[in-house]
Design a protein around this ligand. Structure first.
Ligand code: COA
Length: 167
C-alpha cells in the first residue's frame, strides 16, 4: 500500500491589521517568541523590550470560512523622532512563508500605518539574507548596522511608493 503524504491545510485567506483584540496581541507576542527566540535564537526566552511600550503591533490574520483563525505574521512600528519611524520584528509563521503575500503585506501596512501618522522617513535594520526581499518592496540600503551582534543592512522605504492611494 502506498500512503500519500497529506499536505496540512493552510488558509491562503489572510488579512492585515493593527493587533487590537487581546487574542491578537497574545498571539503576536507568541509568534514573535517562536521566530526570534526559538527559531533564530536572537533572544534567550523573551524578545520583548522597552520599544514595545510605544510600538504599534501589526498582525497578519488567517481566516477560515471568513472567520479570523490565527495570527500568521507579525511586525511592529514605532516613532523615534520628528517624522522618523522604524519597523521591526517582521516575521511570518514558518508554515506560511514564501507565498509572496504575508511578508510583503506586513511591510506595506507597517509603512502605510506610519505614513498616516505623519512619517517622513521609515527605516529598518534588515537581516542580510532579506535585503533582496526589501529591495523588491521598494526599499534601499543606506548603511550598515549590527543588531544582536549580527550584521544587518540599514534600509529606508521609498515613501512615494507606499503613500500611493492614501488620503
Ligand atoms: C523574512 C520573512 C518575514 C519573509 O516573509 P514571507 O511571508 O515568507 O515573504 P514572501 O512570501 O514574500 O517570501 C519571501 C521569499 O519567498 C520567495 N517566494 C515568494 N513567493 C514565492 C512562491 N510563490 N514560490 C516560491 N517562492 C516564493 C520570495 O522570492 C522570497 O525569496 P528570497 O527571500 O529568497 O528572495 C520570513 O522569511 C521570516 O519570517 N523569516 C524569519 C524572521 C526574519 O528573518 N525576519 C526578518 C528580519 S529582517
Amino acid at each position: 500500500m502506498i500512503l500519500e503524504a497529506v499536505v496540512p491545510f493552510r488558509s491562503r485567506d489572510v488579512g492585515f491589521k493593527l493587533a487590537l483584540e487581546d487574542w491578537e496581541v497574545a498571539s503576536y507576542y507568541r509568534l514573535r517568541r517562536r521566530i526570534f527566540c526559538d527559531e533564530q535564537r536572537l533572544f534567550p526566552a523573551d524578545d520583548r523590550d522597552t520599544v514595545d511600550d510605544r510600538a504599534l503591533p501589526i498582525v497578519a490574520v488567517s481566516r477560515v470560512a471568513g472567520i479570523p483563525d490565527d495570527v500568521v505574521g507579525v511586525v511592529r512600528v514605532w516613532q523615534e523622532g520628528a517624522g522618523l519611524w522604524w519597523g521591526g520584528r517582521l516575521g511570518t509563521h514558518p508554515e506560511h512563508r514564501r507565498n509572496g503575500t504575508i511578508g510583503p503585506g506586513l511591510v506595506r501596512l507597517a509603512v502605510r500605518t506610519a505614513c498616516r501618522r505623519g512619517c517622513s522617513r521609515f527605516r529598518a535594520t534588515v537581516q542580510l539574507p532579506n535585503v533582496p526581499l526589501f529591495e523588491r518592496l521598494h526599499w534601499r540600503a543606506i548603511g550598515d548596522a549590527r543588531v544582536c551582534d549580527i550584521p544587518h543592512a540599514l534600509m529606508e522605504a521609498d515613501l512615494d511608493h507606499y503613500r500611493a492611494g492614501l488620503p
